[in-house]
Write a protein that binds this ligand. Structure first.
Ligand code: HPA
Length: 281
């Protein structure tokens, strides 16, 4: 067993006796969605603080609580990550994706990834929600670099349908039925923590990106490698650098995320249920 696998297995062994159930769906709560676990959308059955898991990387960003929340969204058993681990905090990529792999080991087969992102596409507006159709990972290291975790997935992983096509169809139908406008586009991950420059955003637009952020892509790669079916949703909290000429701030990002939170939560809940009921996942 290689070091990455050893660490992951160690984490899993240390918590397996403390899990309230086998989750079907895993959910990573991005900025602004952190309150989801306390929102009444989930019947909470238990929590597990990251700090109580031996060897688990800890989030250092303000506003990111560090714990797993276990509960039911109606009949669907769900595990949520309240607080994610970011690459810009200084962790190795294998640590950044450890929590997602851990949720896979817990039994989750479906992964909902959420985030706050800057709008690159000029048709977008702050507050818009965007279904992730595809991503560009080329600006950050792959979490699969290093010895392959053969027990999870193959060395050379196909990335054609990373964001599950059937889930995307279900999400678009669900959003339409709920009257929630939903964009669809390509997400590009920058390392952060600094926001991008206008030149970087122009480059990203030329490459075909619609939204920019500092997370999600590495998690999607690790989850897809491990055979999870993925749904990704961004909250466009601001227009990316240079689009309007206005400066970016973390406060603006949080404010817009908070304003959109109710709509975002409604879409996530409806999406988890629809995906589970329509695809049997
Ligand atoms: N860039 C990168 N990450 C972000 C942004 C942005 O403009 N907004 C929220 N997260």
């Amino acid at each position: 067993m290689n070091q990455i696998e050893e660490k992951l297995t160690g984490c899993y062994e240390s918590i397996r006796g403390r899990l309230p159930f086998v989750p079907q769906t895993a959910l990573v709560l991005g900025s602004g969605l952190g309150g989801y676990a306390e929102s009444g959308n989930i019947r909470v059955e238990g929590t597990l603080d990251y700090q109580d898991i031996q060897g688990f990387p800890r989030s250092t960003v303000e506003g990111h609580k560090g714990r797993f929340v276990f509960g039911y969204v109606e009949e669907v058993p769900v595990v949520c990550m309240q607080g994610r681990v970011h690459y810009y905090e200084g962790y190795a990529m294998s640590d950044v994706v450890l929590p997602v792999r851990l949720m896979r080991l817990m039994g989750a087969e479906t992964l909902f990834l959420t985030n706050a992102a800057g709008g690159i596409n000029k048709d977008y507006r702050p507050g818009d929600l965007m279904l992730i159709r595809d991503h560009i990972s080329s600006l950050v290291p792959s979490p699969l670099i290093g010895p392959n975790l053969d027990s999870l997935g193959p060395r050379f992983c196909d990335m054609t349908d990373t964001y599950d096509a059937e889930y995307r169809t279900v999400m678009k139908e669900t959003a339409a039925a709920a009257g929630i406008p939903l964009q669809e586009g390509v997400y590009i991950q920058f390392s952060g923590p600094q926001y991008e420059t206008p030149a970087e955003i122009r480059m990203a637009r030329m490459l075909g990106a619609d939204a920019a952020g500092m997370s999600t892509v590495c998690e999607a790669i690790a989850a897809h490698h491990a055979g999870m079916r993925i749904c990704g949703i961004s909250c466009i909290t601001n227009m990316a650098a240079g689009v309007t000429g206005e400066k970016l701030s973390h406060e603006e990002v949080q404010e817009t995320a908070d304003e959109a939170a109710e709509r975002f939560q409604k879409l996530i809940t409806a999406g988890i249920l629809a995906v589970s009921r329509k695809t049997g996942a």
